[in-house]
Design a protein around this ligand. Structure first.
Ligand code: ADP
Ligand code: MG
Length: 769
């Protein structure tokens, strides 16, 4: 039926509608409503993008007697008999249809509403049915199967090649769904293909429409594999083309080249350092300085685990900029970290950052700290230092680029531990740099990023990696503590006390802040011992809310006070530890994101100085905090944390000479076995890259790209970053070549169209904004 609809289903030329956006009504008639109601499918593109979950092979029909119970099957047979029975317990009748296969086996189709089926399923009719195999009184059954009779036609797809099986959807018969797909395929001549013909030829790819056909109507296994590979490639190609364009646009406005002076401040710092840079650090530093010396703005990601020595490299890069008359800004994700950076940088720089002060280096510079919570006076002074150029290095939170902060000559921005740094922020930065220039940008992260994620999420940046910790990896031993075992938990607190007696300090990390006035946790009785966890955590024990997506919450540097009830809160735990015999003599403090900045800072300083022995905190300590004597970390409700996050958190301990210890305490109840396995994996290795790989495999794409990077879903439909590395690399190369040769994409209108179609969420993750 080369139908009436055909004529207007031409591929897009300029400005024409893309057939993928067509509503289904004109193509499939009344079924369009069914698709929309059952699955929210409105357009051709949505229908085609819903891919089969698996395939069945009806050319090798299983003899009925071999059918696997409980599984989805497709069977072909001949109706032998159809009878209706009055139902005993209910009103109404039941239709039972006996269908025989060619080997003489039978299966029964049962329908509780016989109407309609009776007329179609007459003895002698050949029928194709799909459904789940059940057994009733020793007879194999399909209850309310989908079926098509051969005489009726319209289900040829059930008979040719493999039968696609989609996720069962209430209110949508697979037969109707299949017919809709048939109608659509029948009426489409072509789809505009974002992958240019030349690339398709090189890589050996089918066209887009052909790919959808291969996936939905495969003849063989090889067909649908080829189709799927192609769909993934198209997706990866489009994403990479977008990244290539983002990259080009960030290069459009040049930067000032920055070359360190011969005997400049960088050299002064190197002379001061109590250590020599490692080979890895030297190599990365050469990359940074190489970038800075060019007119193309640096846009580089530096990844290296906590303690791998990123900060010192960033500082050397900043000094290269100061040497050449510019300024550098260092952005930290929280005020605690900004303050800490400020402290440690002024220590490292010493007189270099004390120009104009007594004992300062005459040709040195100044360091300014700018945070939202400073007093008006401090703030004014810092603002002035930034605007006048007196401060060569300005440290602050993101407020630095969001607010009315002016720089005399901003040349480099270093972003610490930051995933979200998008086009908008880049524009904001440009506005702070001298007219007509872009600042160089260096982003640092302690999260090891698997290659495919790096290419997809940070694909517009150059990447440098520090693989080794200076002085080797300090051993951190990690153990999973079963929170349901009071004796183990009690032992944990004893261990905490022992560590402190041995001169160590301890972090206790809780998933939420809780309320200072909350009653104690349920189960924590009146009798001191065993209070927080530990003893009498009985049936009323803390429990997470079912399905609460705590991970998303925890990724944020500051946890909400509310949080899911039942998880350990900072306040309760601190109170309990102050009463517990094992720990009550220790100096215990709390830290969380809701505290005023000075209070946080004071607590952090007290902890860093050893005046606080046990710091009960939320994940605000996650990134960058460095306390050499902290030897132990207790993570409560550890099963609620993600792999990378656990790894990051425990990286806080064992940073001095002494070995670190991480105790991962599970929830008292309601622990997901998969989460325990995750904890065991974290306990088993300290290799961040290995853990990042495991993490990627265990997470869904939406979590990898969405929750952590854009706060939304990933927008990736087909790609699996854990598995599709080769494909992504190929797509990357092809896409960057394409954009290179045709930056405006004037010769590639389909690709240009596809980029505008990248939905809002995926655009968001690309921009990490
Ligand atoms: P990161 O920022 O990657 O977490 P830092 O730059 O803060 O790491 O370095 C961690 C600690 O190691 C700091 O105390 C730093 O002074 C020190 N450090 C950095 N590089 C070296 C090195 N090459 N040798 C010895 N210690 C180093
Ligand atoms: Mg750091």
């Amino acid at each position: 039926m080369p139908g009436a609809g055909r004529a207007h289903l031409r591929p897009v030329a300029d400005g024409e509608a893309n057939p993928l956006d067509f509503g289904l009504r004109d193509l499939v008639g009344a079924s369009a409503q069914t698709l929309q109601r059952a699955r929210g499918i409105r357009t051709v593109g949505q229908l085609l993008d819903w891919l089969p979950r698996t395939y069945l092979d009806p050319t090798r029909p299983t003899a009925f007697r071999d059918l696997p119970h409980g599984e989805d099957v497709v069977v072909v047979g001949t109706v032998r008999a159809a009878t209706t029975h009055q139902m005993r317990n209910r009103r109404g009748r039941r239709l039972v249809v006996d269908v025989a296969d060619d080997a003489g086996g039978t299966i029964q189709l049962t329908f509780f509403k016989p109407y309609g089926h009776q007329d179609r399923l007459r003895p002698g009719v050949r029928v194709v049915c799909s459904g789940q195999v059940g057994v009733w009184r020793d007879t194999l059954q399909l209850t309310h199967p989908d079926y098509a009779t051969l005489s009726e036609g319209g289900a040829q797809w059930l008979l040719d090649g493999l039968v696609p099986v989609y996720t069962a959807t209430k209110g949508l018969s697979p037969i109707v769904h299949g017919q809709c797909l048939d109608l659509v395929f029948h009426q489409l001549d072509e789809l505009p293909d974002p992958v240019p013909a030349q690339v398709r030829r090189q890589v050996g790819l089918p066209g887009l429409l052909e790919a959808y056909r291969l996936v939905h109507r495969p003849g063989t296994e090889a067909d649908h594999r080829r189709g799927r590979w192609r769909l993934k490639f198209g997706e990866a190609f489009t994403v990479q083309a977008q990244l290539a364009r983002v990259r080009r646009s960030s290069e459009a406005v040049p930067a000032r080249p920055r070359v360190p002076a011969e005997q400049g401040l960088g050299q002064r710092l190197r002379d001061r350092l109590p250590f020599a840079l490692t080979e890895g650090q030297e190599a990365v530093l050469a990359e940074l300085l190489g970038d800075l010396a060019r007119e193309v703005p640096m846009h580089r990601l530096l990844q290296g685990e906590v303690g791998s020595g990123k900060t010192v490299l960033a500082l050397l890069a900043m000094l290269a900029v100061v040497d050449s008359g510019g300024q550098a800004a260092l952005l930290a994700p929280t005020e605690v970290l900004a303050a800490q950076h400020h402290r440690s940088i002024s220590q490292l720089l010493g007189p270099i950052a004390e120009a104009g002060l007594l004992g300062g280096l005459e040709e040195g510079t100044r360091l300014a700290l700018l945070t939202g919570s400073q007093s008006a006076g401090e703030r004014k002074q810092a603002l002035l230092a930034a605007a006048s150029g007196e401060a060569g290095i300005v440290v602050g939170t993101h407020a630095l680029i969001q607010q009315h902060v002016q720089f005399a000559e901003l040349g480099l921005v270093v972003v610490d531990e930051q995933h979200r740094f998008g086009v908008e922020q880049r524009d904001a930065l440009r506005a702070k740099a001298p007219e007509g220039t872009s600042p160089h940008v260096l982003v640092m992260t302690a999260t090891p990023i698997p290659r495919t994620v790096a290419m997809t999420v940070y694909g517009d940046m150059e990447i440098s990696t520090l693989r080794e910790l200076p002085g080797g990896r300090r051993p951190i031993s990690s153990h999973v503590v079963d929170g349901r075992r009071p004796d183990w938990v009690r032992r944990t607190w004893q261990r905490v006390a022992e560590e402190v007696r041995g001169g160590g300090q301890v972090y206790v990390v809780c998933p939420r802040i809780g309320d200072p006035d909350d009653p104690d946790l349920p189960g924590s009785g009146t009798d001191g011992p065993g209070l927080p966890l530990g003893g009498e955590v009985g049936p009323g024990a803390p429990q997470g809310e079912d399905g609460a997506d705590l991970l998303g919450l925890l990724e944020m540097p500051e946890v909400s006070a509310a949080g899911p009830p039942g998880l350990h809160g900072v306040h309760q735990v601190a109170r309990c530890l102050r009463e517990l015999p094992a720990t009550r003599d220790l100096r215990i403090e709390v830290l969380h994101g809701r505290m005023p900045a000075e209070a946080k800072d004071a607590v952090m300083q007290a902890f860093a100085a050893g005046r606080v022995e046990v710091l009960v905190s939320t994940t605000v300590i996650e990134v960058g905090v460095d306390v050499p004597d902290a030897t132990t970390m207790v993570l409560l409700d550890a099963d609620r944390f993600g792999i990378s996050q656990l790894h990051q958190l425990r990286g806080r301990v064992g940073r001095g000479g002494r070995p670190g210890l991480a105790l991962l305490v599970t929830q008292g109840e309601g622990v997901d076995p998969a989460a325990i396995e995750r904890l065991e994996q974290v306990a088993a290795t300290t290799d961040g890259f290995e853990l990042a790989r495991i993490d990627l495999e265990s997470r869904r794409e939406g979590d990898v790209l969405g929750a952590s990077q854009s706060g939304g879903r990933s927008g990736l439909r087909f790609l699996r970053l854990a598995r599709d590395e080769d494909l992504i690399v190929q797509a990357h190369e092809a896409a960057w070549r394409t954009v290179e040769s045709d930056p405006e994409l004037s010769g590639h209108p389909e690709l240009a169209d596809a980029l505008t179609r990248l939905d809002a969420t995926s655009a968001a993750f690309l921009e990490r904004g």
